[in-house]
Design a protein around this ligand. Structure first.
Ligand SMILES: Nc1ncnc2c1ncn2[C@@H]1O[C@H](COP(=O)(O)OP(=O)(O)OP(=O)(O)O)[C@@H](O)[C@H]1O
Ligand SMILES: [Mg+2]
Length: 329
């Protein structure tokens, strides 16, 4: 384990990730991310963008491939609901002879080594943990570890980005954090030709027939707003190929249909029905979110609901005028 002395404290560093990863298609997404990391003037600082998109659309892949393109060591921090500030920064560990050793997280290791850190699934992490990164994510570019009692300055080559799902946010991040993880780079499902290339890149040994079934199915799901992801497509293909290798007597089409069912839980011919169901569930959720907004039980109990306010609304006069008009009718 590599060690570095920072502010007189010895830190054991995390290992960078060495996966070979390629980003296929959507070159604008790659260009946007790389532009954020450029430094164009001696007074300039890099940006820490957030990559936003549906699960399985390729956010983590894009960030990893971008780090590889600029030939920097890559560190990924998997954010979770349980992440504590010390997990993100420096953790004390009991070492040989009962001595405390300090372990630098992937974030701090990237800061020290001048690497790229991906904060993966950033909106699963609480505000408390995000707060410890606030000075790192603006022009100050440092963190303070209370546990190790040190301040760590980021290497000038340090780069960072955050990935976030736009539908599964466990935490609504406060504005002061959101304003530090800018700009937003949205990643959408790729068009047919690109999605086919992605499938071929990830499973180069897949047969054309299965590839065609899969990409047509994925494209249809994107059009219907069902959002089966490229990752789902990769799983469908991979499972089909394994089933065929194991049972060569079954027809590829039957195997593929079974595979869709086993990966997604519905048959390919049910795709329209599933899309309808999904749409209905989404609109019901929106309605229930809206009613929660208007009838917040906490506010209701405290007598602070706008419907129970003693004081007139700010635009009270408008209401009065409206009332008068109503009376005159
Ligand atoms: N443009 C692409 N080039 C290469 N592979 C891709 C591309 N898009 C998606 N993939 C593949 O699709 C799979 C899912 O991608 P990835 O894990 O990056 O998605 P994600 O958006 O980060 O998903 P999640 O929100 O669930 O973390 C991976 O196996 C990845 O290799
Ligand atoms: Mg991801």
């Amino acid at each position: 384990m590599e060690k570095k002395i920072v502010d007189g404290v010895s830190l054991a560093l995390s290992q960078p990730i060495s996966n070979e990863i390629k980003w296929v298609g959507q070159p604008e997404a790659m260009a946007r991310l790389q532009a954020c990391w450029l430094i164009i003037n001696s007074q300039d600082v890099p940006l820490c963008p957030r990559l936003l998109g549906k699960p399985g659309v390729g956010k983590t892949t894009l960030a990893m491939a971008a780090a590889q393109k600029i030939k920097k060591p890559l560190y990924v921090y998997q954010c979770t609901m349980d992440t504590r500030p010390e997990d993100l920064l420096i953790t004390p560990v009991l070492g040989e002879g009962g001595k405390i050793q300090y372990h630098a997280s992937p974030v701090v290791s990237a800061m020290i080594q001048g690497g790229v850190c991906i904060l993966d699934e950033g909106n699963r992490m609480s505000e408390k943990s995000w707060a410890s990164l606030a000075p790192l994510l603006d022009h100050r570019r440092y963190i303070e570890s209370i546990i190790a009692g040190i301040k760590v300055e980021a290497h000038p080559e340090f780069r960072c980005c955050v990935t976030m799902n736009d539908d599964a946010s466990t935490y609504e991040l406060p504005d002061y954090i959101m304003s530090r993880i800018q700009p937003m780079i949205e990643i959408d499902f790729p068009p047919r030709e690109e999605e086919l290339k992605i499938l071929k890149y990830n499973i180069p040994f897949a047969e054309e027939e299965l590839l065609r079934y899969t990409v047509d199915f994925l494209q249809k799901s994107h059009q219907l707003g069902l959002h089966c992801s490229t990752r789902d497509g990769i799983h469908i293909l991979r499972y089909s190929l394994k089933r065929l290798a194991h049972n060569p007597e079954i027809s590829p089409k039957d195997v593929w249909q079974e595979s869709v069912y086993n990966v997604l839980g519905f048959k390919p011919e049910e795709i329209e029905k599933m899309a309808q169901k999904n749409k209905k569930a989404n609109s019901e959720k929106k309605l229930s979110d809206l009613s929660e907004f208007f009838f917040d039980p906490e506010l209701f109990l405290q007598g602070e609901s706008p419907y129970f306010s003693d004081s007139p609304p700010e635009n009270y006069e408008d209401y009065e005028e409206d009332d008068e008009e109503d009376d005159s009718i």
